[in-house]
Design a protein around this ligand. Structure first.
Ligand SMILES: Nc1ncnc2c1ncn2[C@@H]1O[C@H](COP(=O)(O)OP(=O)(O)O)[C@@H](O)[C@H]1O
Ligand SMILES: [Mg+2]
Length: 424
């Protein structure tokens, strides 16, 4: 089979790495990819937003299956476009991707299909949100811009003043452009967060092992929010009972919702969950694999990923055997470039990758990297996700940090407490 992975981050390196292991793959292309994907696939310089370019690439290289990594091209209809051309695609069309691309749409769907989530109200103008916020007794509240905002559209203001300022920024100043035309005000839930990802073809579900990630930049969950500074799988709070609760009350219901709403959904449903005292509740849905969750989930997956993705794209997931997992935990530590997340720097040479390549049960997934002659250099943002399997979380974490210690680049920074919640 000839497979194309669309994207160029750590998630796509993990997907390409796992896809490469499948005996059915005869050719693997990544567009645009990074220095890590170049080790397992052929990179081609077509951007994820260049739908015409990707369609042409599929035709020229006679691609059998496209796996779309990021949400932006999915929301923009890349899945629909390629399917119209007769290409098999893993990833929902624009209608399905609204699950992530519109938080008000997702909320309405959850209300209609009785999926447990935070109570919320939607506002389209500043005077009405102001009246509502002024009537609130308890802070923080949660303010969410409706559309895609690269992880920056959610704030938890501690006071009325801060809430009004944030609402003004979104609705009046158009800080997020059209993505902020509608703003949700949600009740603030308390508890531990976890991510549950499932593959679905719109009929059947294959629920994956849960993961937890670390969003804040610095140790002890301090500092600004990031795309994710590390992750681990499984999540100790995700007992079998807990996962079957989420499967039954969230995932089965969302697949039912797709069917009732005539949404042809083939891809990942990612449920961002809060384990509250009153049971698990949905914070948000994503329409694609998580980053960095994928980097710690896929090293644990024993099943052939291409068989699964192809079955989803073909709507025959029900005919594929259950997922098989390595019981060993996986821990992933993100190494970021100087200034991340506020700014980022490029072009610093990364050393130590060859030494780490020799380590058993360690895989380094590249995110922001590029090749420059014989060197691998940083390309900004999150640079690497260094993952390791171990007999228990402590062993996996120790091995991951032993690998991190071998790697160096100018300005690198990483958290030293990844998976601390799993060690309590
Ligand atoms: N209702 C809520 N109660 C408490 N915290 C929340 C709530 N909604 C979101 N959050 C926090 O904000 C983060 C980002 O919100 P999320 O809905 O996942 O949006 P996005 O990932 O698009 O930024 C969550 O990971 C969580 O930590
Ligand atoms: Mg989120």
């Amino acid at each position: 089979m000839r497979v194309l992975v669309v994207g160029g981050g750590g998630r796509e390196h993990a997907l390409a790495w796992k896809i490469r292991q499948s005996p059915s793959v005869e050719r693997l292309i990544c567009a645009p990819g990074n220095a890590g994907t170049a080790d397992v696939a052929e990179n081609m310089a077509v951007g994820v937003d260049d739908h015409d370019g990707l369609a042409a690439l599929c035709k020229k290289e006679r691609i059998d299956l496209v796996v779309v990594g990021p949400e932006v091209p999915l929301a923009a209809g890349l899945g629909d476009r390629l399917r119209e051309d007769g290409v098999k695609v893993f990833g929902p069309g624009a209608a399905g991707a609204r699950l992530e691309a519109s938080k008000t749409f997702a909320k309405q769907l959850m209300q209609r299909y009785v999926i447990p989530t935070a109570n919320s109200q939607t506002f389209r103008d500043f005077p009405s949100i102001r009246t509502y916020l002024e009537s609130q007794q308890h802070f923080p509240v949660v303010l969410k811009a409706d559309g895609l905002a690269a992880g920056k559209g959610v704030v938890l203001p501690d006071s009325l003043d801060d809430a009004l300022n944030a609402a003004f920024d979104m609705l009046e100043e158009k800080r997020f452009g059209a993505a902020g035309n509608e703003v949700l005000v949600e009740e603030c839930l308390r508890g531990e967060e976890l991510s549950v990802l499932a593959l679905t073809d719109g009929r059947t579900l294959a629920v994956m092992e849960a993961a937890q990630d670390h969003k804040r930049a610095y140790d002890d969950d301090r500092g600004p929010n990031t795309g994710g500074m590390g992750a681990y799988s499984p999540a100790p709070i995700a007992t079998e009972e807990f996962l079957s609760n989420i499967t039954e009350n969230v995932l089965v219901r969302i697949v039912h919702a797709f069917a009732r709403e005539r949404i042809d959904y083939r891809g990942v449903v990612y449920a961002g969950m809060m384990a509250t005292r009153g049971g698990p509740r949905v914070l948000e849905f994503n329409c694609r694999f998580g980053d960095p969750e994928t980097q710690v989930i896929l090293p644990r997956l024993k099943s052939d990923l291409v068989t699964l993705l192809d079955a989803v794209a073909d709507r025959r997931l029900g005919q594929v055997e259950d997922l098989e997992w390595d019981p060993r935990p996986c821990v992933g530590v993100v190494m970021a470039s100087r200034g991340y997340p506020e700014s980022s720097s490029k072009g610093d040479v990364i050393t130590g990758l060859d030494a780490v390549h020799e380590m058993e049960d360690v895989v380094v997934f590249h995110a922001g990297t590029a090749r420059e002659g014989n060197d691998v250099v940083t390309a900004g943002g999150r640079v690497l996700c260094v993952t390791a399997l171990g007999d228990d979380v402590a062993a996996a974490r120790e091995r991951a940090y032993a690998a991190v210690d071998q790697i160096a680049f100018d300005g690198m920074h990483f958290r030293t407490d990844i998976a601390h919640r799993a060690l309590r």
